[in-house]
Design a protein around this ligand. Structure first.
Ligand SMILES: *[C@@H]1O[C@H](CO)[C@@H](O)[C@H](O)[C@H]1NC(C)=O
Ligand SMILES: *[C@@H]1O[C@H](CO)[C@@H](O)[C@H](O)[C@H]1NC(C)=O
Ligand SMILES: *[C@@H]1O[C@H](CO)[C@@H](O)[C@H](O)[C@H]1NC(C)=O
Ligand SMILES: *[C@@H]1O[C@H](CO)[C@@H](O)[C@H](O)[C@H]1NC(C)=O
Ligand SMILES: *[C@@H]1O[C@H](CO)[C@@H](O)[C@H](O)[C@H]1NC(C)=O
Ligand SMILES: *[C@@H]1O[C@H](CO)[C@@H](O)[C@H](O)[C@H]1NC(C)=O
Ligand SMILES: *[C@@H]1O[C@H](CO)[C@@H](O)[C@H](O)[C@H]1NC(C)=O
Length: 534
């Protein structure tokens, strides 16, 4: 009875206004402009008298005749769109399945849903590409028995409380959507439906997915932790140079670090080899060039113990020890790399070794000796021309051989300094050129000093009127230092005084120093043999 009255209205106005069945843009405009006919209110009144349950009859506020009229137009269209067999007699089903082009349009006519015809018992909006929250207006049709919203992209919360009005709903399909998870299974209303109504809807937790997640988590997390620990272990014990400086142990090198620095101890990096020690050149991760002395496992562990002391030395005239590696696999010492040669080969090989440069080197050596005597009396050093390194681009000499737990007396040290000084002046090798070694060397000097200086002094020193006296004084000082038995040996302080005074006066004299300096570098830049002291 009710449905007949409703369809009567629909039929009436569909015919009177002959609107086309497809909802084009012009139709929507038409819909806005449509005005109900004069007698429309009486028709409505009549309908309501016959069937008070019609939705527009029960509104409490005064009726909006325009809205009701438009809704009847939309109803007639929708009825035809849904291929209902007979829109005049009944309108049992809204069927917009797989019609993504028009379904959202009909959903937007909220006045239609507000007066949802009572004849509609089934709504199918599945597979219509709806991308919104749940279209709550549809639920105005509280009489429906079937609702299918599957295969859309609906999201957000399902308005569960509004569903409770749909008492006759028996078929519901919300599968394949993206709703937020909710506790629908708890509500009385949804007890009527089983999980096949909510497949992949997002509403109920997907147990299979959950299980997979749980398994992944259960297996994945321990693996993640193990990997993390392994990674940390590797960093700490193999490559601490990848860690920030504050987390590293100072002066400590690992075999892996040294291996990386030397390209896996490649032959190209091997600079020197002997029975007990191999010397490699390497580059640390932070770009510092280093010299790596790799000792055989049989070597005395003393080497490392000494190194632990020597890393603390810090002076411009001492070779800078960076650290050590003391490991089951490797025992090594890491020093800064010095591009250059040792004093011995400089004296022998270079054609330009003037007095003022030798004096400057001497000054540096004495400064290094003073530092050691004052700060590290337990550290001894081997003062030979071969153990003094000269860096390229700097005349600062560096003492490179040390001995911790120094037993030699200061008198013995002075003697060594004397021989060293004389060697620098005379430029001859006591061990190789004299039958009785150093004693023979000293004897030879005493024989010619001071009468036969020309024969004695290295001609490459290019002495001038002013410097010849200084050179003479230096030989005399050297001889004094070698007098171990007498008490004529000067102290290191006295030596420092003499050398620094000579150095100062030489600097004042050498106004053409800059000229020398340039020549010096030009000479050294020509690619001398790189000889590292051992
Ligand atoms: C309904 O029609 C009557 C005449 O039949 C008219 O007096 C009344 O104002 C109309 N009501 C509305 C709400 O248009
Ligand atoms: C319903 O649609 C069909 C085409 O699908 C059309 O021929 C028919 O006239 C329409 N009926 C009404 C009442 O608009
Ligand atoms: C959804 O609709 C498209 C056409 O719009 C169709 O090709 C597809 O098979 C439909 N899918 C389902 C699950 O009905
Ligand atoms: C459910 O169906 C019954 C019987 O057909 C009807 O009386 C009742 O009004 C319907 N409920 C709703 C909410 O439409
Ligand atoms: C849905 O429910 C809320 C409160 O529960 C109510 O305010 C709202 O009008 C309802 N909407 C529909 C379309 O039934
Ligand atoms: C769910 O209910 C429908 C009927 O509403 C039935 O055909 C189907 O077998 C049920 N499925 C399960 C898994 O209970
Ligand atoms: C809901 O739709 C899906 C997919 O089309 C189907 O697999 C499922 O059986 C349907 N559930 C019900 C209750 O009709």
């Amino acid at each position: 009875m009710a449905s007949i009255s409703a369809t009567f209205v629909i039929l009436l106005f569909t015919i009177s206004f002959s609107v086309s069945t497809t909802l084009s843009a012009s139709v929507i405009d038409d819909l806005k402009r449509l005005k109900p006919p004069q007698d429309f209110n009486s028709t409505i009144m009549k309908n309501c008298l016959q069937n008070p349950s019609l939705r527009y009859c029960s509104t409490s506020s005064p009726m909006d005749l325009d809205e009701i009229f438009k809704s009847t137009i939309v109803a007639s269209h929708l009825c035809n769109e849904s291929k209902n067999p007979n829109c005049v007699e009944s309108f049992p089903k809204v069927d917009l399945r797989s019609r993504p082009n028009i379904a959202p349009l009909y959903l937007s006519f909220n006045f239609f849903w507000k007066y949802c015809p009572l004849s509609i018992l089934s709504i199918d909006l599945s597979n219509t590409s709806l991308k919104s929250n749940f279209p709550i207006d549809v639920l105005h049709c509280t009489q429906i028995q079937s609702l299918d919203m599957s295969h859309n992209e609906l999201y957000g919360d399902l308005p569960i409380e509004n569903f409770s009005a749909l008492t006759n709903l028996t078929v519901l399909n919300l599968s394949y959507n993206h709703f937020s998870e909710s506790k629908i299974s708890d509500t009385l209303f949804f007890k009527k439906f089983n999980c096949s109504s909510f497949l992949h809807s997002g509403l109920i937790p997907d147990h299979k997915k959950f299980r997979i997640k749980a398994i992944v988590l259960l297996i994945g997390f321990p693996i993640f932790v193990i990997l993390k620990v392994c990674c940390l272990w590797w960093l700490c014990f193999h490559r601490p140079d990848f860690l920030p400086r504050m987390f590293r142990r100072k002066h400590r090198f690992t075999p892996a670090m040294l291996k990386a620095a030397t390209n896996g101890f490649s032959r190209n990096n091997l600079m020197w080899k002997s029975a007990s020690v191999d010397i490699y050149k390497g580059i640390l991760r932070d770009g510092i060039d280093v010299r790596i002395e790799v000792y055989s496992r049989e070597s005395h562990p003393q080497v490392i113990e000494e190194c632990k002391v020597l890393v603390q030395l810090c002076h411009k005239n001492l070779v800078n020890l960076l650290g050590w590696c003391d490991n089951r696999k490797l025992r090594a010492i890491v020093t800064e790399w010095m591009e250059g040669e040792n004093l011995e080969s400089w004296l022998l090989g270079s054609s330009f070794t003037p007095w003022n440069y030798r004096l400057r080197i001497l000054m540096g050596v004495v400064e290094g000796m003073c530092y050691l005597q004052e700060q590290w009396p337990e550290v001894g050093y081997d003062l030979r021309t071969s153990s003094i390194m000269l860096c390229n681009y700097s005349l600062d000499p560096k003492i490179s051989r040390f001995k911790v737990g120094n037993q030699s007396s200061s008198s013995r040290r002075m003697y060594r300094f004397g021989v060293f000084l004389l060697e620098m002046m005379v430029n001859r090798r006591p061990q190789e050129e004299f039958e009785r070694g150093e004693a023979g060397f000293i004897e030879y000097i005493k024989m010619h000093y001071p009468g036969n200086l020309e024969q004695l002094i290295d001609p490459k020193m290019e002495l001038t009127q002013n410097t010849v006296d200084q050179a003479k004084q230096a030989i005399s000082l050297g001889l004094m230092c070698t007098e171990v038995s007498s008490n004529r040996q000067p102290s290191l302080e006295q030596v420092f005084d003499i050398v620094s005074r000579a150095y100062q006066s030489c600097r004042v004299l050498a106004s053409h120093h800059n000229h020398y300096h340039r020549r010096f570098h030009a000479e050294r830049g020509k690619g001398h043999r790189r000889v590292q002291s051992r």
